[in-house]
Design a protein around this ligand. Structure first.
Ligand code: C2E
Ligand code: CA
Ligand code: CA
Length: 639
């Protein structure tokens, strides 16, 4: 055959193989076997092997060896270490070390092709003798490095047992084989990362259970099938671990994680008829999908079983914890027809169970459906109200305890709902939180405060410092200080006219992030208060290391003053603590003269409560507290 014909024959065969759909779909080692066999057959060489560098890169290791002494065109077979099988997949693979064969390693690193007619004498391969060449019976070698990108990753090795002078088409073909191996490797690596990504996107890394996406997919698939066949049923049990937040806050997130892992393990080991999928669908939520478990069956028993395994004490970090869970159950097709409705129904039933108190289980019914629907509707309306900046802010004066003059005021969000009228935060903050709307809500409030400030300024009124509540969602956003500065600048409001209130619970998150946010707010000029003090789990360490300048005592402690001894003692200890830390104290919920008198006597600095004023809409506030105080032009910013 002429050289050019050989060239065409070789490359055509390689193209055919690499485009064969059977070949493409095969596992990597089978592809390598097919490729080495093709190469051996076409080139009439006895041995074709694929070698790779392990991570240490101090050697190359044989991955696949085609031993074609049976297929070889002529002569004595090589004395092969491989068995009679054409391919060897030796459990203890052969390796060649860089330290034993420095010339060879240098050659594969530097040359595109190593064509060796006499391997015994060629300086690049002579070191293989007699250990390898003589033992195996190799005479000529044609080696081609394999690259992945620009990185040398291995070598293809063609060995002939008889003297050979390698032709150009043969060399070109060997390079093409090496390129094909390189493609196979790249494809394999891509497939592996895709598999890893698939795993991450379908499983919860902490428990190894399926995640919400997998659950949704599975429920959709089964619901479709039930609809198509007109038979079968599903029950979805939504399990929400009660008060996990308390454990996280009080004992640390590692303990919370361990509790979740243990509960996951216990649910996994539950033997339930028809159990189809167990998923972790949120921080403290699991879901169990059960097939062909009709209402007539006692799903109640299943619920009891679940609650029972969760209730068994959990030992973590040397302590024994008691945990309970709230369960919501929904059935398809009895309660709903579609996958999405099944998920929503079970979740709504779980919320209902939570409402009844802890450790309850509720089965979805029409009443729950109505309340869930109104919850969803309310969330939709709230989202729109926030987007359209329709939320409002009421202001409640804060007085200095000595002179009883207004020194600042707290901004409190209100929502004027088209059908329901004014709504207090308790009626919609939970929904905002559940809908991931807290950050946007906070920004809406801040914007309204800035607008009111500007409006007052335009009318020549000097407002006092305004105290704005920040949610835990806001204090963990690194951009918050810049956002505050930008909004203030836009409305000609100095940042030092703002104070921020952060609850004890909100400072439990990642310390570095929130310390950064709070410090930058203070740097910008705002003051910080710790809100609802005494109600949460507070670490004195955190309190000390964050830049707070005041403490607000929660109104639940003020309520019973001065008759309740415990409340008196708590309030006194907060006052003492504040003095020790050099912080000012604000008492909230001051409703009576008796409250006022006791607090003033104990040295409380500021007072806030219905005794002085309820939170007021902006116009009413101006009317009541600022009428006739207009000065000409804009007044200077308070210090
Ligand atoms: P908070 O920050 O502790 O606000 C004080 C709450 O106590 C206000 O309730 C206020 O109206 C009420 N209050 C004040 N004085 C008295 C009193 O003498 N007696 C009684 N019984 N209550 C009094 P409101 O406005 O319903 O707000 C409730 C909670 O909602 C706030 O508690 C705060 O945690 C949250 N909140 C309000 N506005 C916002 C906001 O803009 N952002 C965030 N993240 N939370 C807000
Ligand atoms: Ca507050
Ligand atoms: Ca408060």
């Amino acid at each position: 055959m002429r050289d050019s014909d050989t060239f065409v024959t070789f490359h055509k065969a390689l193209m055919e193989l690499s485009h064969d759909s059977n070949f493409i779909g095969q596992r990597r080692h089978l592809k390598l076997e097919a490729l080495t066999a093709l190469c051996g057959r076409l080139m009439g060489v006895e041995r074709v092997s694929v070698w790779i560098f392990p991570p240490e890169r101090d050697r190359i290791t044989c991955e696949t060896l085609f031993d074609g002494h049976e297929a070889a065109s002529s002569g004595e077979p090589c004395a092969s270490p491989a068995t009679s099988a054409a391919h060897s997949t030796d459990p203890s693979p052969i390796s060649l070390y860089r330290s034993d064969h420095p010339n060879y390693f240098q050659a594969i690193a530097e040359e595109r092709i190593i064509a060796v007619d006499d391997a015994h004498t060629d300086p690049r391969t002579a070191s293989f003798n007699p250990d390898y060449l003589t033992r195996v019976g190799v005479h000529s070698m044609l080696d081609t490095p394999v690259f992945e990108g620009s990185r040398l990753s291995g070598v293809i090795c063609l060995e002939a047992c008889h003297p050979r002078q390698w032709t150009l088409p043969e060399m070109s073909f060997a390079v093409a084989i090496a390129d094909t191996v390189s493609l196979i490797n790249t494809h394999e690596r891509w497939m592996n990362s895709k598999r890893a990504l698939d795993y991450i996107s379908r499983f919860d890394s902490q428990t190894g259970l399926a995640n919400m996406d997998s659950l949704r997919e599975r429920v959709s698939h089964l619901a479709e099938k039930i609809k198509r066949r007109g038979q079968g049923s599903l029950a979805l049990i939504w399990v929400d671990v009660d008060r996990l937040k308390t454990i996280n806050d009080g004992l640390g997130p590692q303990v919370g994680d361990a509790v979740i892992a243990e509960i996951g393990q216990r649910l996994r080991s539950l033997r339930l008829q028809g159990k189809d999928l167990l998923a972790r669908i949120g921080g403290d939520e699991f879901a169990l999908l059960i097939r062909n478990h009709t209402k007539a069956d006692s799903i109640g028993d299943t619920a009891l079983q679940i609650q029972d395994v969760i209730r068994q004490p959990i030992r973590v970090a040397g302590q024994s914890l008691s945990v309970s869970a709230s369960l919501g159950i929904c059935h398809l097709p009895e309660d709903c027809q579609r996958a999405r409705e099944l998920l929503r129904g079970a979740e709504a039933a779980m919320y209902h169970a939570k409402h009844l108190g802890r450790a309850q289980a509720t089965v979805f019914d029409s009443a729950i459906q109505i309340s869930a629907q109104s919850r969803f509707a309310l969330e939709r309306e709230l989202r729109a109200a926030i987007n359209n900046r329709e939320l409002d802010v009421f202001y409640q004066p804060i007085l200095d305890a000595s002179g009883k003059r207004m020194v600042s005021m707290e901004a409190l969000v209100r929502w004027n709902h088209p059908n329901r009228g004014w709504l207090a935060p308790i009626e919609f903050l939970d929904i905002a939180r559940g809908g991931g709307l807290m950050y946007a809500l906070g920004e809406c409030v801040l914007t309204r405060v800035c607008e009111n400030w500007r409006e007052a300024g335009d009318r020549g009124l000097q407002l006092p410092v305004i105290s704005v509540n920040l949610s835990s969602e806001q204090v963990l956003v690194a951009e918050l200080p810049d956002r505050v500065k930008a909004l203030c600048a836009e409305h000609a409001m100095p940042v030092n006219a703002l104070q921020f209130e952060v609850t004890e619970d909100s400072i439990q998150g990642d310390f570095n992030t929130l310390a950064g946010v709070l410090e930058r707010l203070v740097e910008a000029g705002a003051e910080l208060a710790i809100d609802d003090f005494g109600t949460g789990y507070s670490s004195l360490e955190r309190l000390k290391s964050l830049p707070f300048s005041r403490i607000k005592i929660d109104r639940s402690f003020i309520n019973q003053l001065p008759d309740d001894e415990d409340d008196c003692a708590i309030t006194l200890s907060i006052l003492g603590l504040a003095r020790g830390l050099g912080l000012m104290v604000v008492a909230e919920g001051v409703e009576t003269k008796a409250h006022e008198q006791w607090l003033v006597e104990q040295g409380c600095d500021f007072l806030q409560g219905y005794l002085y004023s309820k939170p007021l809409p902006f116009t009413e506030l101006i009317e009541r507290f600022f009428r006739g105080t207009e000065t000409r032009g804009r007044s200077p910013a308070p210090g």
